[in-house]
Design a protein around this ligand. Structure first.
Ligand SMILES: *[C@@H]1O[C@H](CO)[C@@H](O)[C@H](O)[C@H]1NC(C)=O
Ligand SMILES: *[C@@H]1O[C@H](CO)[C@@H](O)[C@H](O)[C@H]1NC(C)=O
Ligand SMILES: *[C@@H]1O[C@H](CO)[C@@H](O)[C@H](O)[C@H]1NC(C)=O
Ligand SMILES: *[C@@H]1O[C@H](CO)[C@@H](O)[C@H](O)[C@H]1NC(C)=O
Ligand SMILES: *[C@@H]1O[C@H](CO)[C@@H](O)[C@H](O)[C@H]1NC(C)=O
Ligand SMILES: *[C@@H]1O[C@H](CO)[C@@H](O)[C@H](O)[C@H]1NC(C)=O
Ligand SMILES: *[C@@H]1O[C@H](CO)[C@@H](O)[C@H](O)[C@H]1NC(C)=O
Ligand SMILES: *[C@@H]1O[C@H](CO)[C@@H](O)[C@H](O)[C@H]1NC(C)=O
Ligand SMILES: *[C@@H]1O[C@H](CO)[C@@H](O)[C@H](O)[C@H]1NC(C)=O
Ligand SMILES: *[C@@H]1O[C@H](CO)[C@@H](O)[C@H](O)[C@H]1NC(C)=O
Ligand SMILES: *[C@@H]1O[C@H](CO)[C@@H](O)[C@H](O)[C@H]1NC(C)=O
Ligand SMILES: *[C@@H]1O[C@H](CO)[C@@H](O)[C@H](O)[C@H]1NC(C)=O
Length: 803
């Protein structure tokens, strides 16, 4: 039925939600579905989905395999759009329909995940995700969104050039795994609720973190990844989704891994995702990234025919094709006997079981069905968007000028391309926001006179003639604020960065502004750039990283400046020197430094150079001291902090041994300064244990404490599991090794505790071994410089072949 007609009826009928029956929702109260088990709310969800699919003809089945499902009109099963986005708030996408004005014309627009990651606050993430799923449900009730959302993006952000790094919580796999567990909990409404709030989709599985670099494109890229790197770095966020968070959906990626496009790889989609991680509920489905099934044919050229491509994806376990390739080519593939109807049925049962679990067939019995636009952008949601920005903003330099009292007697010169930012603050995958409070708004709230010069424009317009207002305002000002950096014009989906430095024009202007000898702050917006010149310039009082801070970002920034909020965010990525990008190709998927290739290593765990700011950096307006509340527990397992591995593992009764507790270590955090402040306790493990080389350190626990008053103490519990002590061997097995361990709190350790494990190493998780390692050899594509595809072809004498 026409959505337009439905909307008109609604407008006339007011809030009578029952009007929605039969339009956005299946006709369970009349027609052929009425007596079908799918509409029996007391039946088993799997039986309900099976009963529905039994009534489909083959053609109807084949028709409902794409991201836009026509449904089955003769049954009263409406069309459904699977492709909905909600990265940091309900967002524009094929399934989401914002109205032009009035109700449903906006949704809360939180900061990009890179900023929310910097908050290191799992409870905040859960609260944000709960708001997002609440607003999504309100949209769905009025036929303005679906019930599943293709979020989160959790590929670890290992290369600063990646155009989609802003969509992720950062570079550390443990951090992302913890973040995403809480996010999914908030989006779906718990581990196994009767009715899911929405279905979340963990993407992009797996090894996807390059858009376009030196002639390499995400659509054809064959990432060569060792089992060790895969398990240690690329997989933990996805394991958290599938095994530990019961996420409803996964998305396979554009790239290939070790010779096979991920959407056509039964090793990844079946052996790892479904079997090894136990992600086998009937309601759990995999969608392809958009047109990734087409990409299996070209440019991967993984199969000889289009029919083989769609069959390879379906048989591997890709249940939904984002696009139309399944709908167009599965019919001929079926004729050719390339897949069984039972496989198609399984894909459809997964899709519709998921909708059953969302209450799609259950009408007003679903508790979320009474949500309306009055549940969108509530005062709570607005306050949370501000809090998320304020918690994520990171103070990187401060000569003591901040916090600064700014009164109505003062004049602020606000300079730079981000000075009057609006939609810039939202980054990508955004929807219309209720308001966009940029730096101008934030500065104005201080009561000061604000002079705004939006130069140099863009990424640093070098037309010096346009810079004249800057000097005029700087002359008049008491305080100078430069707000710039990068934005989506240089780093976006489809576009990786070609520089990680500030642009020349911006650095020139910043340098000249510093010479006025006035209090001057730099607000570094967007992703990381090399801040060396700003650190080194003694005339620049402070540097604040604001990222993409969302609808209230400008206010949050100035609340930090004035001290209304004390900064406590931490960089969730390494800030590298600008030259880093000439030391390692984007296509090098290894993490460890390598003398042969010249790689200096990736991420804080392995990078051998001197970072500009290391992962976890972030200053405060106060100081903290830390002490361990007790020694490690001494019991029959331990004497003088020495633990016997066979005793530790012998006591472990969990199905997944990495989950067994090692110790909960209480940590006293004492505020020794004069300002009330949050504090993020970061717990890193280091030491000589497991395979060499050893990482510099690994984040294994974190906790944000709130509002620690001067002179007072709060306690954080650092929970270590056997998994958090373990390391990964060459085969991808997770192993608990004997050796020396040290737990360090914070980046410049404020406290440290040593212990050791003795006895024989014990494997906690045996990794399913991959089929023989392959490289993609298709003769169609020759990757550019740095492409291991090209190197693979030259180096590997074996014939990888097509299958
Ligand atoms: C549903 O079942 C009832 C009782 O078995 C029957 O009277 C009715 O006609 C059926 N309705 C439909 C739409 O098949
Ligand atoms: C399949 O989809 C096509 C295009 O949407 C439509 O024309 C056709 O009627 C559908 N067939 C069935 C059986 O639903
Ligand atoms: C989106 O909503 C508008 C009403 O605001 C309606 O006219 C339009 O048909 C809808 N579009 C879709 C694709 O549902
Ligand atoms: C179809 O199912 C049969 C019986 O289980 C099996 O032998 C055959 O390999 C399957 N065909 C395909 C293409 O999967
Ligand atoms: C919506 O429904 C739920 C459960 O059915 C109920 O707890 C809640 O009070 C209702 N809210 C409103 C605004 O009616
Ligand atoms: C800021 O931008 C808004 C709209 O984007 C515009 O209306 C306003 O004049 C700008 N303010 C300044 C001070 O440039
Ligand atoms: C600044 O605030 C004043 C008073 O609060 C208001 O009149 C003015 O429009 C604001 N200016 C901007 C650029 O927001
Ligand atoms: C710092 O400011 C003073 C003037 O206050 C100026 O003489 C000096 O050159 C500046 N230094 C830098 C590095 O900009
Ligand atoms: C370093 O890189 C070379 C070339 O890719 C590779 O053969 C070698 O195994 C790597 N060394 C280590 C220690 O990973
Ligand atoms: C923190 O302590 C250091 C060294 O004792 C001191 O120099 C600094 O001023 C303190 N910072 C704050 C914000 O209190
Ligand atoms: C740590 O473990 C304790 C006890 O099991 C639990 O109450 C607490 O929530 C855990 N903390 C974190 C941050 O996981
Ligand atoms: C560890 O404990 C086991 C049995 O509990 C014992 O056999 C073994 O000798 C112990 N190993 C060490 C190194 O203490």
């Amino acid at each position: 039925m026409s959505a337009l007609l439905g909307a008109a009826v609604l407008a006339l009928a007011g809030p009578a939600l029952a009007q929605l029956e039969g339009r956005g929702f299946p006709e369970c109260h009349q027609g052929p579905l009425k007596n079908n088990t799918v509409c029996d709310t007391s039946a088993d969800p799997l039986d309900r989905a099976i009963a529905l699919i039994k009534t489909f003809t083959l053609e109807e089945k084949l028709n409902n395999t794409g991201s836009t499902s026509p449904g089955v009109p003769r049954l009263g099963l409406p069309a459904y759009t699977w492709w909905n986005e909600a990265l940091h708030g309900v967002a524009d996408s094929p399934g989401v329909n914002f109205s032009d004005v009035g109700d449903f014309s906006y949704a809360t627009s939180f900061p990009e995940p890179i900023v929310m990651g910097a908050a290191f606050d799992d409870e905040l993430i859960r609260a944000v995700a709960t708001v997002v799923s609440t607003e999504a449900r309100a949209f769905n009730n009025f036929d303005r969104a679906g019930l599943d959302f293709w979020t989160p993006n959790i590929n670890p952000y290992k290369d600063p050039r990646w155009g989609r790094g802003l969509e992720t919580p950062g570079e550390d796999p443990f951090h992302i795994a913890s973040y995403v567990h809480n996010l999914i909990d908030g989006l779906q409404g718990g581990y196994d609720p009767k009715y899911k709030r929405v279905v979340a989709t963990c993407k992009h599985f797996v090894g996807y973190d390059m858009e376009s670099w030196n002639g390499n494109y995400r659509y054809q890229w064959d990432a060569q990844i060792s089992s060790q790197d895969l398990v240690e770095y690329y997989m933990p966020p996805f394991q958290s989704c599938a095994r530990d968070s019961n996420v409803g959906a996964f998305m396979c990626s554009y790239n290939a891994v070790n010779g096979r496009p991920t959407c056509a790889d039964p090793y990844l989609l079946n052996d790892i995702l479904r079997e090894h991680w136990g992600w086998t509920e009937e309601q759990q489905w995999v969608t392809s990234d958009c047109d990734a099934v087409q990409n299996v044919f070209y440019p991967h050229k993984f199969t000889e025919t289009r029919e083989e491509a769609v069959a390879a994806a379906l048989n591997a376990g890709t249940d939904i094709d984002c696009g139309t390739y399944y709908q167009h080519h599965l019919p001929a593939a079926y004729e050719q006997g390339l897949f069984n109807e039972s496989t198609l049925d399984q894909a459809l049962v997964r899709q519709y079981s998921s909708l059953v679990r969302l209450g799609y067939f259950d009408g007003m019995a679903v508790p979320y069905r009474n949500l309306t636009f009055s549940d969108v952008s509530t005062p709570h949601a607005q306050q949370l968007a501000h809090r998320a920005a304020a918690e994520g903003i990171v103070l990187l330099k401060n000569d003591g000028t901040l916090p600064l009292k700014i009164g109505s007697d003062m004049t602020i010169a606000l300079v730079g391309d981000w000075a009057n930012a609006t939609t810039q603050m939202q980054g990508n995958y955004e929807g219309p926001a209720p308001y966009l409070h940029g730096p101008v708004y934030g500065a104005n709230q201080t009561g000061a006179t604000v002079l705004v010069a939006n130069q140099p424009g863009g990424q640093g317009d070098p037309t010096t003639d346009n810079w004249r207002p800057i000097w005029e305002y700087a002359e008049q000002a008491d305080v100078i604020v430069y707000a710039g950096g990068i934005d989506l014009t240089v780093a976006e989906e489809g576009m990786d960065r070609v520089s990680i430095d500030w642009t020349g024009a911006q650095l020139d202007v910043i340098g000249q502004l510093a010479m006025y000898g006035k209090p001057m702050f730099v607000m570094q917006m967007g992703d990381q750039v090399d801040n060396t010149p700003i650190i080194q310039n003694p005339n620049i009082s402070a540097l604040i990283w604001g990222g993409y801070p969302g609808q209230d970002g400008g206010l949050a920034l100035f609340d930090i400046v004035t001290g209304k909020v004390a900064p406590a965010g931490r960089l969730p990525v390494t800030q590298y020197p600008a030259a880093y990008i000439s030391q390692i190709p984007m296509t090098d998927m290894t993490l460890r430094p390598n003398a042969t290739t010249g790689s200096p290593g990736r991420t804080y765990q392995w990078y051998t150079g001197e970072p500009v700011f290391e992962f976890g950096s972030g200053l405060h307006y106060t100081n903290f001291s830390i002490s361990f509340a007790n020694d490690l527990p001494h019991n029959h397992h331990s004497s003088s902090s020495c633990y016997n591995i066979s005793d530790l593992t012998g006591d472990c009764n969990e199905q997944y041994k990495d989950r067994c507790a090692f110790a909960t270590i209480p940590l006293d955090v004492h505020n020794t300064g004069a300002v009330t402040s949050d504090y993020v306790a970061l717990g890193f493990l280091t030491g000589c244990h497991g395979p060499q080389p050893y990482p510099r350190k690994r984040l294994r626990a974190y906790k944000r404490l709130h509002g620690i008053a001067p002179g007072s103490t709060q306690t954080a519990a650092v929970n270590l599991t056997l998994g958090s002590l373990a390391r990964v061997d060459d085969y991808g097995n997770t192993v608990l090794y004997p050796g020396d361990y040290a737990l360090m709190i914070d980046t410049q350790p404020l406290a440290m505790m040593n212990f050791s494990l003795t006895g024989e190493a014990v494997t906690l998780d045996y990794w399913p071994q991959p089929p023989v390692k392959r490289v993609q050899e298709n003769g169609y594509w020759v990757g550019g410089y740095g492409s291991t595809q090209e190197e693979g072809l030259l180096a590997d004498g074996t014939v990888p072949g097509v299958m």
